[in-house]
Design a protein around this ligand. Structure first.
Ligand code: ARG
Length: 569
């Protein structure tokens, strides 16, 4: 049951006007607090404390209220009856939205032939949890891995391959796409070295950069050799992406459709832009001005075609809006990227508005902060490179492994991997997604404190109680202790929390909710013995009932974060 909504509705109905219900941080003086007297006093031109005294008996009459008192300038603090909480606490269920939306979600967005780096961690983890939250709230989401698979980096990779294998057929004038190409292949790790080497070279050697740009334009215009080569390395890269997605336990994308796919629609979009006179020539490139008179900050134009006639990141993003509208007709498109791309999305949304491609108030960009190292700068590996996602995962796995060994525990590799992934994910989710945070592998893998392993450990503990017990959990109408009450109350807070997490796109609320729930679970576990002979059967049944409710609620929360609960820890 959504207790908050139930209590709020009941008070409004009883009083005949809408007041605000608060959930105080410290619930010592009440589970809820209403400003009804203040609202009513305004309506009736009365003194709030006097009106509070009039309202108080009406609130006390409500059958779920155990006590109500006036506090401060006229707030009324309300305590809910224990048996009401016990009877009505239930496992949170996926909701039916009153107005179900179709939402296109653009996150992950990995780049072909570049290994996933730490920058992709948050878009993957937070994006996945946002996706799960939207689905839980009853909306339909369509997720897009809008891959970087068609821009200049493709030209750089091909130019690099040409440099190391100039004799390969792809680069010959008489290239025949029908020939057997099976011997021209790469391992994933080989492929991942090409782009960094090519971009290092391009920085020193202008002619190489020039060549990469010409190749990019050629690739996009259908050059057979380049495209055949592209079709060899693209699937290798895609497989790496899928492996990482699986490792991170994030939902598979509904669409692995990136810039290349969007480019198919660039021509149609160009017509729209021309008809609206939005394309301007600029040094051989075609640009779209998005400046408004009211702008105070610089607002550069978007580039639709560069001076070599190649389609740009900007153009494919505009075309992707067009395609999604055409194909999904979503109510909203949400993009999740590093906040350093905020300007790009501001420009994109302006173009969408100018060209009439999409209702601009339903285009939403969520920019997340950077993951930093102890020095406060973007996290790097010891070699000084932006850390690869796989390196980060390995660092977390190593930290968990050594912790497990020093605690003299024996856990299999799968379990250790699971714990490490949970540690990474939970740590990412618990921070406000819009802020930067410092990543410290030691502390995030701790089994105590606000960490993923602590949450998993708590779930494992509940599972173990439930598995060991031969008694059937049963709700008995008996007195409950403070720790039982607090736990049930937290279970009932879930619905309000998820609503707020959804509205505010605040994935940290789920992580922090799970952590608080675990703390209450552990307090309950310590003060409320269950499977002990000196505890009467009714109490045992009741406590098992609460244990099960808590476990199932925790599972809902961990599922939303995509954490896997191990069998043993
Ligand atoms: N591939 C880009 C990157 O790694 C992110 C793409 C985000 N999505 C988009 N529609 N632009 O930075």
């Amino acid at each position: 049951m959504n207790l908050y909504k139930y209590v709020s509705d009941a008070i409004n109905e009883k009083l005949g006007f809408v007041a605000n219900l608060e959930t105080p941080r410290n619930r010592e003086f009440g589970d809820f607090s209403t400003n009804a007297a203040m609202v009513g006093a305004k309506l009736a031109h009365k003194n709030p404390r006097e009106l509070a005294a009039e309202i108080l008996p009406k609130i006390q009459e409500l059958d779920f209220v155990s006590s109500a008192e006036i506090a401060g300038p006229g707030f009324i603090n309300i305590k809910i009856k224990d048996d009401f909480i016990l009877k009505n606490a239930s496992v949170p269920q996926p909701q039916k939205a009153t107005v179900p939306l179709v939402v296109d979600m653009d996150y992950g967005a990995y780049n072909v032939a570049k290994s996933l780096h730490i920058g992709h961690l948050r878009t993957s983890i937070v994006g996945d949890t946002l996706n799960r939250i939207f689905r839980f709230m009853g909306h339909k989401t369509i997720s897009y891995n809008h891959m970087g698979d068609w821009g200049r980096s493709m030209g750089m990779v091909i130019a690099w391959i040409k440099r190391i294998h100039p004799d390969w057929p792809f680069f010959q004038d008489d290239f025949d796409a029908g020939m057997d190409l099976s011997k021209y292949t790469f391992t994933a790790s080989e492929l991942n070295t090409f782009y960094p080497q090519a971009s290092a070279l391009a920085r020193q050697d202008e002619s190489f950069m020039e060549e990469a740009q010409i190749i990019t334009a050629g690739l996009q215009r259908g050059n057979k050799g380049y495209n055949a080569l592209y079709n060899i390395f693209m699937p290798i890269s895609l497989k790496c992406m899928h492996d990482t997605i699986e490792k991170l336990n994030i939902l598979p994308f509904d669409n692995d459709l990136g810039e290349k796919h969007a480019a198919l629609y660039v021509g149609e979009v160009e017509k729209i832009l021309r008809a609206k006179n939005l394309l301007q020539q600029s040094d051989g490139a075609e640009i779209i001005s998005v400046k408004k008179d009211t702008d105070t900050a610089p607002m550069p134009p978007m580039m639709f075609y560069n001076s070599r006639g190649a389609t740009t990141y900007d153009a494919t993003d505009i075309a992707a809006v067009y395609y999604r509208k055409l194909n999904d007709n979503p109510n909203k498109i949400i993009y999740l990227t590093d906040s350093r791309q905020s300007l790009h999305f501001e420009q994109l949304f302006r173009v969408a508005e100018l060209a009439g491609l999409f209702d601009v108030k339903n285009l939403e960009h969520i920019g997340y902060g950077t993951i930093n190292g102890a020095d406060g700068k973007p996290f790097k590996t010891r070699s000084g490179n932006a850390a690869d996602l796989d390196d980060i995962i390995q660092v977390a796995i190593d930290a968990v492994r050594s912790r497990v060994a020093s605690n003299n525990k024996q856990l299999d590799n799968d379990t250790i991997n699971n714990i490490a992934i949970a540690a990474l994910k939970f740590n990412d989710l618990m921070h406000d997604l819009r802020s930067d945070y410092i990543f410290d592998p030691e502390s995030v893998t701790s089994f105590e404190g606000r960490t993923g392993p602590y949450v998993l450990y708590t779930a494992v503990r509940l599972n173990s109680v439930l598995n060991r017990s031969t008694i059937t959990p049963q709700l008995n109408n008996i007195e409950i202790s403070v720790d039982e009450r607090n736990l049930l109350m937290a279970i009932m807070d879930f619905d309000k929390m998820i609503q707020s997490a959804y509205e505010n796109r605040a994935t940290d609320m789920i992580a922090n909710y799970a952590y608080n729930l675990c703390q209450l679970i552990n307090a309950f576990y310590h003060t409320c013995p269950i499977l002990r002979d000196d505890i009467d059967i009714k109490t045992q049944q009741n406590r098992l009932y609460i244990t099960k409710l808590a476990r199932d609620t925790l599972v809902v929360a961990t599922d939303l974060m995509g954490l896997k609960i191990p069998a043993k820890m």
